[in-house]
Design a protein. Structure first.
Length: 375
């Protein structure tokens, strides 16, 4: 698996920018939801109550708690369940995807394949979930996240801001913009072993590489930690998102536009650069973004303790270098305006100042090396 080419990445940027242009106010600032206990502290018992708690938490993370949503668990026959999760079979093939045994295909069918995933009515929405899906946590969270993205688009679209076709692609990108991108990314490449041998399932319209690009845009534009995002991903997803994050860090002006004025990118396919080496990115001068969150750490030691990734550390290094340059320029200006005696004193101190700056540069280089090794 690999990332899309530059043309494909540019088209993803354009579509994502269009989504932010039309629905950015409704999206708000969303957290980067991860598969861990910070975002999902509840024990999942594979029953109706656990399913409802999971859906409510996803709604809260996505900012959709105000949407009336009824969760309905269905039997394999498509009938409302009494609340008990069914068995997955005889157990002859071993467990798969967190199940209790049986012959699993890795990606269960939706809601008994008889009712649509979502039903809209006068009271709100009904979300149908099949009992078999409760045994596949990755597939379940992916399907629920995509369903919430569908609800978001339906609730917010209008004649002046229609959803761009194909709708499924817009749905996947909306899922990313709602902060649920990592959950969708996991479901875009599900590797499993079953009675028929190994298989790979994709529950999203976008490929795993395309979703990795979309997630990297969300992470970079929102100032989230790429390092933390990689922690709980599968092997394929982790490798692709790491590569995508390096690419996003190589396009700071693009990320700035996406943050400040996505409309500029939404009207035409933007020009994007290929991934640049970390040393070139370190000294690449990009526009300053208004919100940097934890990247405004006072030192590299604090940044490392905060768990920042390579892209954030490189941004911090650029900020420190610019601040040092500004301080040097100001000092030279003051020295030029002083009297001759003051200039003589400043010249006497020049060797000490140069030595201090050289020491600071050496320390900065050592800290960058340490940060990159720990990333």
């Amino acid at each position: 698996m690999e990332l899309p080419d530059l043309t494909g990445r540019a088209e993803l940027v354009r579509r994502y920018a269009r989504l932010l242009q039309h629905f950015g106010a409704e999206l708000g600032e969303r957290p980067l939801v991860r598969h861990d206990t910070q975002f999902f502290p509840d024990r999942f018992e594979k029953d109706q109550a656990s399913l409802e708690r999971l859906v409510r938490r996803l709604q809260a993370h996505a900012g959709l708690l105000d949407v009336p949503l009824r969760v309905q668990l269905l039997t394999p026959d498509g009938l409302p369940s009494e609340g008990s999760a069914g068995s997955c079979g005889t157990g002859g093939c071993g467990s798969a995807g967190g199940g209790t045994g049986g012959c699993s295909t890795g990606a269960p069918q939706e809601a008994g394949a008889k009712l649509p995933r979502l039903e809209e009515n006068a009271q709100g929405w009904t979300l149908n979930v099949g009992e078999a899906e409760l045994h596949h946590p990755v597939a379940l969270t992916t399907q629920l996240s995509l369903a919430l993205a569908d609800i978001f688009l339906t609730e917010t679209e209008s004649t002046s801001a229609p959803v761009e076709a194909p709708r499924e692609v817009s749905r996947d990108l909306a899922c990313v913009a709602l902060g649920l991108g990592l959950l969708a990314l996991e479901g875009s490449f599900i590797y499993s072993k079953s009675c028929g041998g190994p298989s790979v399932a994709c529950l999203t319209q976008l490929s795993v590489g395309e979703l990795a690009i979309a997630c990297s845009l969300f992470i970079a534009a929102g100032g989230h930690s790429a390092r933390r995002a990689l922690a709980d991903l599968g092997t394929t997803q982790r490798a692709l998102l790491s590569e995508a994050s390096d690419w996003a860090a190589s396009n700071p002006e693009l990320i700035h536009q996406l943050t400040e004025d996505p409309g500029q990118l939404a009207t035409r396919t933007p020009a994007v650069q290929d991934t640049r080496g970390w040393l070139l990115r370190l000294f690449q001068r990009g526009p300053q973004r208004a919100s940097r969150g934890t990247r405004r750490a006072a030192s590299f030691e604090q940044a490392l303790a905060a768990g920042l990734g390579e892209a954030e550390l490189l941004d911090l290094a650029q900020d420190l270098a610019k601040a040092t340059a500004r301080g040097t320029k100001t000092a030279h200006g003051r020295a030029a305006g002083n009297t001759a005696s003051s200039n003589t004193a400043a010249n006497d101190k020049a060797p000490a100042t140069d030595e201090r700056r050289a020491r600071e540069r050496r320390e900065l280089a050592a800290l960058v090396d340490e940060a990159l090794r720990s990333s």
